[in-house]
Design a protein around this ligand. Structure first.
Ligand code: NAD
Length: 485
């Protein structure tokens, strides 16, 4: 089966590809060219109703299918994703604007890894038991919840979509999933792959549409018992408000304003290489990007001397060219938001050290949305630029004098997703890691991922953790059985 992309995408419900019941579609735009190249279903609560009915029908058989059999299907999907790497990577790049080499090296392989990881994980998932000396024994059943909703963002489209749906499926649930309306294509193609791999009809239903119409219909549906959401803090707040009165299980992976704390005693070569990635990888559109670079004062000028020339050389270009280090910003709306944030930074008194301009390319990409990687200094920690998530190729740099000051600056936002610490002093690294308020801390590296580790944020960056057993526990109900001797 080839992965032809039709102009009109369809929902994948009950194993069938069907258009939205309303007959309405939304334009899908390639951000590198600005051209409309397809249409996606503008689904609403009626489509969700049909998807829930399909999931309900599929649940009794899927929930009791032995782990070995689920493994075979989920692992087959992983293999098919690998086999179709080139097609999926191109689709991801055309939808999202990220460089094709990045889609090929990171996004699509990780989607396949997500399937393989939880396909095998479910075969090792064990229930706990607790013995009360000679009185009784307890064992905990971890049973599938039923029908669950998974809603994902546009920045790592297939990567994050699969990160949610696979543990849900592996744990025996049936899923109603909505990818971002900005980047729907690889999720659509995944439906075809699931069909080819023999996933039973109705086990995974992929419904396209906007947050307010399609996303909220999933959240509000009384038969959808848990919601796993990754996206902005604002949408997370709305989802939490809708779901709380219905007592749904909630996993929220939200925004970040992550500190990258650099001490002068670090390995400079590695720090500079990784800081380029953590600042501007995927055009800065990764929730884990270190958008606030905090520098020990003695390292401040030296850092600028080395960092700025490298950033100036990053080629912003056509995502299909192998030489492009920076691709397009995902959409016109997001491009305008980032440009506005740069204007605010200037109004706040920030000094632009490099970048800050839109990039006008020639030829195929002349109408695309491109922005120069931007470094700003001279801003106070309390200003908007250092408090609010920009989610683009923009970093600020700030000096600190002491370890305590570095920790205070790192913690001085409402977010708490990820932090990076650069130092050769292991005791200092441990002290700072323990005091930084974030769910994930990288020391002398960035975005090194072991899928078994807890993944998620504290404060306004989210509630709950994904990854490994955490995800399988989230997608199951724990039931304790106590037997007295
Ligand atoms: P978004 O919140 O606008 O949209 C995310 C998804 O939620 C989309 O599918 C959207 O259609 C849907 N949605 C929006 N409003 C909704 C509503 N009211 N009800 C139900 N669904 C709704 O986010 P985005 O712009 O797509 O993604 C960027 C954001 O995601 C950034 O804030 C980024 O930090 C965050 N993010 C977080 C993580 C993480 O793991 N913590 C990972 C990636 C991205």
């Amino acid at each position: 089966m080839n992965l032809t992309i039709p102009y009109h995408l369809e929902n994948f419900i009950g194993g069938n590809f069907i258009g939205p019941l309303s007959g309405s579609f939304i334009d899908n735009i390639n951000p590198a060219t600005g051209a409309i190249y397809g249409q996606i279903p503008d689904s609403n609560e009626k489509d969700i109703e049909v998807a829930v009915a399909a999931a309900k029908k599929a649940f009794p058989a899927w929930s009791v299918l032995p782990a070995e059999k689920k493994f075979i299907i989920l692992n087959k999907i992983a293999e098919l994703i690998e086999a179709k790497l080139d097609e999926l990577a191109l689709a991801e790049t055309n939808d999202n604007g990220k460089p094709l080499w990045l889609s090929k090296q990171v996004d699509i392989p990780r989607a396949s890894a997500n399937f393989r990881f939880f396909a095998t994980g479910i075969m090792h998932f064990a229930n706990e038991s607790h013995q009360m000396e000679d009185k009784a024994v307890n064992y905990t059943l971890r049973q599938p919840i039923g029908i669950v909703g998974c809603i994902s963002p546009w920045n790592l489209p297939l990567y994050l979509f699969t990160w949610k749906i696979v543990p849900a499926l592996a744990a025996g649930n049936c899923v109603i999933a909505k990818p971002s309306e900005v980047t729907p294509v690889t999720a659509f193609l995944l439906g075809k792959i699931c069909k080819e791999a023999g996933l039973p009809d109705g086990v995974l239903n992929i419904v396209h549409g906007t947050g307010p119409s399609c996303g909220e219909a999933i959240v509000k549906h009384p038969d959808v018992k848990a919601i796993s959401f990754t996206g902005s803090t604002k949408a997370g707040e709305r989802i939490a408000a809708l779901a709380a009165p219905m007592f749904k299980k909630l996993s929220l992976e939200l925004g970040g304003k992550n500190p990258n704390i650099i001490f002068n005693d670090c390995d400079w070569k590695k720090m500079l290489t990784d800081t380029i990635r953590s600042s501007f990888g995927n055009q800065g559109q990764i929730c884990l990007c270190g958008s606030r670079i905090l520098l020990e004062r003695s390292a401040y000028e030296e850092f600028k001397k080395h960092f700025i020339p490298i950033v100036k050389k990053l080629i912003v270009g056509d995502p299909l060219e192998t030489t492009s280090k920076q691709g397009a910003i995902v959409s016109k709306v997001h491009f305008e938001k980032i440009m506005n944030c740069i204007s605010i930074a200037k109004e706040e008194g920030g000094t632009i050290l490099c970048g800050s301009n839109a990039v006008k390319l020639q030829g195929r990409c002349e109408n695309g949305y491109f922005i120069e990687p931007t470094i700003i200094e001279g801003l106070d920690q309390n200003c908007k630029t250092n408090q609010e998530e920009i989610f683009g190729p923009v970093v600020t740099i700030q000096p600190f004098d002491t370890e305590e000051e570095a920790i205070a600056l790192a913690n001085a936002t409402n977010y708490g997703l990820a932090a990076t610490i650069w130092t050769q002093d292991i005791s200092k690294a441990n002290r700072v890691a323990a005091k930084v308020q974030s769910g994930i801390v990288w020391v002398n590296c960035w975005l090194v991922r072991d899928l078994r580790t807890p993944f998620g944020g504290m404060k306004n960056s989210g509630v709950g953790r994904e990854g490994g057993w955490e995800a399988l526990r989230f997608f199951t109900e724990a039931k304790n059985v106590c037997i007295q001797f």
